[in-house]
Design a protein. Structure first.
Length: 247
């Protein structure tokens, strides 16, 4: 039901249900299809999400133009802008992916099941309503990252997917170049190969010191072979690693 107007000259604005007085000045906003009186202020309506509480629009009386601006200050992000996301489409501020636990996956085959996301139980429908992604039969929370599974090969470690604002995007991992390496090892559970030389150096560094070198008898170092110090061959850790190479 439209309100009663106290004027004779009435007109109906395109997109509006009720007429207004012709001599009333105001602004027409295409976004919400409504006529706003000059000087009025309101939160813009953004279908299908609803009113944007983060912005405030004003119909300027002197120019009859609409000016909208954000009316909230968001905290600084601790991640890159392109990595940030909105947990809810109508949230005023973005947040970084590390705010959610890793691998918070829910199967869409169990729609009645609930999982704890950020300490709050949410069903797959609730996750999808706040920017979650459906990817190959599973629902991932907004901001989550995972390695896709391809049958019959299993989890693809060289591809990483990410859910952001209801859209999932997958990228291939770029491995660093390995130069000046005698043995390159491809590990089953990792995407990028490693250099056995580097790994051998780390193992030798972490190896405990041979107690024979520091053993003393009568205040003197133990000697063999007619008083000559015993020579100890270096321990090579690269041999068992070479056996694990993948052609």
């Amino acid at each position: 039901m439209c309100p009663k107007l106290n004027c004779t000259n009435q007109t109906t604005i395109a997109g509006s249900c009720c007429p207004v007085c012709s001599n009333q000045l105001g602004c027409y906003l295409e976004g919400d299809k409504k006529f706003h009186l000059a000087g009025s202020r309101w939160h813009p309506y953004l279908p299908p999400f609803g009113f944007d509480k983060c912005s405030l629009c004003t119909c300027l009386a002197n120019s009859l133009t609409i000016q909208c601006e954000r009316n909230i200050d968001c905290p600084a992000l601790t991640c890159a802008e392109q990595e940030a996301y909105r947990e809810n489409p109508m949230d005023c501020c973005k947040r970084c992916p590390n705010a959610l636990p890793v691998k918070s996956i829910v199967s869409v085959d169990q729609l009645g099941d609930q999982r704890s996301i950020g300490g709050v139980l949410k069903s797959p429908h609730e996750l999808m309503a706040v920017g979650g992604c459906k990817f190959r039969g599973r629902v991932y929370p907004n901001g989550d990252e995972w390695h896709p599974t391809v049958q019959p090969f299993g989890e693809v470690k060289c591809v990483k997917c990410r859910c952001k604002d209801g859209h999932s995007k997958c990228k291939r991992i770029i491995c660093p170049k390995i130069t000046a390496c005698s043995i390159v090892i491809n590990r089953n559970n990792e995407c990028c190969p490693i250099c056995a030389d580097d790994m051998d150096g780390m193992m030798m560094k972490n190896q405990p010191e041979n107690p024979v070198h520091n053993r003393k008898r009568g205040g003197k170092k133990r000697r063999r072979n007619n008083g000559r110090r015993a020579l100890h061959r270096p321990i090579h850790k690269s041999e068992p690693i070479a056996d694990k190479m993948v052609a």
